[in-house]
Design a protein around this ligand. Structure first.
Ligand code: FAD
Length: 692
């Protein structure tokens, strides 16, 4: 039978689809951020590249590989720092490696004269980070087998390794990744050099834990590998070449555009963590009634972008640094006159990947690419000492870099960002000897910030609401107020939308119209991250939500959705929201809306409020939960879903414990049994958290 053209097209499409399906992940190397890390091995794991780490070490002449299991980039960053230090202090030939880029069956042939380092973050409830899942399952499996297939009980005797974990002690499975991986490696006969270190984000001591761990580790490694320590010579990872004959307005120069499509003015989807959608802000307003604090409600229009969300997802906002901070940074480095000079940035070595596109300008790097406002690390102070404007400053820098207490007093407690600190320590004298590469290595690439979507996709599928408190942190003893990067940028966008031609919140000014005015007309770069924080699929199930402050954000979306379902005639179960704030007049978020939802849900919605500053005794949502213990227990017995959103450090943990207490008391079981029941609820998805 003859096939006509349409049949042919359909057949070819089907065939391509099938090939694509079966080769997924093999020939279609999953596109990762091309600008992900300052020190990453850019080529491994990509199409046609070897997944054999031993071959890779041989080919590139390396004798130290630093593997990282990283979710948000912090572990990756520590891995880069170890790689760099190993090279500059001990002459090791180092590389970093994303755990998911390699296979591990040949670890039993790891050469004795090399070393593997593992920098592993623990994610969520003791889970591996996404990129570490396969490695973790492999190394922990009961019948782990290596390519040599020896029946040896300890096949990894030639593997020497060091390990550092990043965890948070407010979670139950503190640092379980590094603990479990070292246990498995030790059991398999690998030789651990020094102690496996553990950094604690919960106590806020990650950096100090890392510094305290690495010195004895280096000493032990130097001994094990007969390494000679040398005066650390700074070796730039990146080469910056100024292009004085290029104009910054040349259309090949990146002025802050995140990638080539954006540069060429043809941004296209899919929009994701590597490619933001430049979204119009449909509406923005202030929702606090408090002169001293701001909370923004924004409606971000994603129509036409193909971005979709479901209620409970997160939206990521890509920030721009404040002009005031960019100016300060360029000024102290004596780069103000060169801010628009075009620079080409490339890695000195094939394994160094530039974290942003090039050619670009100093201004664009500082404004759009680097986290210049973040706290300063002690190690960075040490590193910068050698580039001090004079010997007296160098001595001071060295002292601060070497002394934890001095650092705390002169840097951390003052809430300095790097430029503020350099100003302070040199009394305004310019720092024009610092190679710029060092900032690209030591400062993080600017991170998008996540916001819990505060609208329902059933009600407004193309418009995403966010509810964000503008960060403004005053600390006694600190010479200035810390202004959050993203939230103040959003505040400026709101001011512009409301008619201020050059918004300047708190004296910060912003390049609000974006690179080449591409964000003009009030746009903001965003992408959507899907989450597991979800309503029960059956709306008749009861739900209990605990969301003080901006923790109420996703619950506005939840309640909006249930109210809509009720209006559509669906059977909607009891919907209970515990909300807390300072008082009912200043920061009672969405105060008027709740009344409407109550009427839409004909009594099935109840808002329980706790105002901490309205009575002599402070009242929080935790108190209200206890007061309603009877009812909460009843609802849980009817399989109510229980949700908590907001502050991870204190509130969420306390709510967990209070709930365990309620269950224990009302069901007449032990406290421990109460805790086990809550744990079971978590495992079964009946207890869900969205905390930060
Ligand atoms: P940043 O610049 O990132 O500063 C944050 C904090 O870091 C400051 O407050 C300060 O304590 C500290 N800091 C910064 N610089 C320094 C310095 N130099 N010295 C000392 N300390 C410093 N927020 C909401 O308002 N609403 C939400 O719905 C919401 N949902 C979230 C959901 C998730 C899943 C996550 C992870 C976070 C969520 N957040 C939410 C928090 C949000 O992502 C941001 O962290 C928050 O808005 C602050 O961002 P920022 O860029 O303004 O502040």
């Amino acid at each position: 039978a003859q096939l006509d053209t349409l049949d042919m097209i359909v057949l070819v499409a089907l065939l391509l689809g099938t090939v694509a399906y079966f080769t997924k992940g093999t020939y279609w190397a999953v596109q990762k951020d091309p600008y992900a890390s300052a020190f990453t091995n850019g080529s491994a794991g990509k199409q046609g590249k070897s997944r054999n780490i031993l071959e890779k070490l041989d080919e590139t002449g390396k004798n130290c590989v630093v593997f990282y299991g990283s979710q948000t980039g912090t572990a990756e960053d520590y891995a880069s720092r170890l790689a760099k230090e190993g090279s500059s202090r001990f002459g090791l030939k180092t590389m970093t490696a994303d755990l998911e880029d390699y296979d591990y069956e040949n670890l039993d042939q790891f050469p004795e004269d090399k070393v593997a380092m593992f920098v592993l973050a623990t994610y969520g409830e003791g889970e591996p980070t996404d990129n570490a899942v396969e490695f973790y399952e492999f190394i922990n499996s009961d019948d782990v087998s290596f390519s040599e297939k020896s029946s040896d009980e300890t096949p990894l005797t030639t593997l020497q390794y060091v390990g550092f974990g990043l965890g948070n002690n407010t979670y139950e499975h503190y640092n379980s990744m590094i603990r479990n991986v070292s246990k498995s490696l030790d059991k398999l006969g690998a030789k651990r050099v020094g102690q496996a270190g553990e950094g604690d984000d919960g106590a806020g001591t990650m950096e100090e834990d890392f510094l305290a761990w690495k010195e004895p580790m280096w000493a032990a490694l130097a001994e094990a590998m007969s390494l000679e320590e040398r005066e650390a010579v700074y070796e730039p990872v990146f080469e910056l070449t100024e292009k004085p004959d290029m104009d910054h307005e040349d259309d090949t120069v990146y002025l802050g555009e995140p990638n080539k499509n954006h540069l060429e003015g043809q941004s296209k989807g899919p929009y994701n963590a590597h490619n933001p959608f430049i979204a119009p802000i449909a509406e923005s307003k202030e929702i606090f009634n408090d002169k001293a604090r701001n909370c923004l409600h924004m409606e971000i229009n994603v129509a036409g972008s193909n971005l979709s969300y479901t209620t409970g997802d997160h939206i990521a906002v890509w920030p721009t640094n404040a002009g005031k901070e960019a100016d300060r940074f360029l000024d102290i480095l004596n780069l103000t006159d060169k801010r628009n000079t075009v620079v080409a940035v490339k890695g000195m070595d094939a394994t160094a990947k530039v974290p942003f596109p090039s050619p670009t300008t100093y201004d664009a790097i500082v404004r759009y690419q680097l986290e210049i406002c973040a706290p300063v690390s002690r190690q960075f102070v040490s590193q910068l000492a050698q580039f001090s404007p004079n010997d007296a400053i160098k001595a001071e820098m060295t002292k601060i870099g070497n002394d934890k207490d001095e650092f705390s007093k002169q840097v951390a407690e003052k809430n300095y960002n790097i430029a503020q600190f350099l100003y302070y320590i040199s009394n305004g004298e310019k720092w024009d000897k610092i190679p710029f590469s060092i900032f690209i290595e030591a400062l993080h690439k600017i991170q998008p910030r996540y916001y819990s979507i505060s609208s329902s996709s059933l009600v407004q599928k193309d418009k995403i609401s966010i509810t964000a408190v503008v960060e403004s942190v005053e600390k006694p003893g600190a010479p200035h107020v810390v202004k959050g990067v993203t939230t103040n940028y959003l505040l400026a966008l709101k001011q512009k939308q409301h008619g201020d031609p050059s918004p300047d919140p708190h004296g910060l000014n912003y390049a609000i119209t974006g690179p080449r005015n591409k964000y003009d007309g009030i746009h903001v770069p965003v992408h959507v991250r899907h989450s597991n924080f979800k309503l029960p699929s059956d709306p008749s199930k009861p739900i209990i939500m605990v969301g003080p402050g901006t923790g109420v954000a996703p619950f506005r979306g939840f309640v909006q959705e249930r109210a809509q379902q009720a209006k559509m005639g669906e059977d909607v179960g009891k919907t209970m929201l515990f909300f807390g704030c300072r008082n009912s007049s200043d920061d009672f978020l969405y105060k008027e809306e709740w009344e409407q939802y109550k009427s839409d849900m004909s009594g099935q919605f109840e808002l329980v409020t706790a105002f901490s500053r309205e009575s002599a005794q402070k009242v929080y949502v935790q108190h209200r939960l206890k007061e309603r213990a009877e009812e909460i227990n009843e609802l849980l017995l009817q399989k109510a879903y229980f949700y908590v959103c907001g502050d991870a450090a204190n509130m969420a943990r306390e709510v967990n414990d209070i709930l365990a207490g309620i269950i224990s008391e009302k069901r007449g079981v032990s406290k421990q049994k109460g805790e086990e029941i809550v744990k079971g609820m978590r495992a079964g998805g009946q207890y869900q958290e969205d905390v930060w």
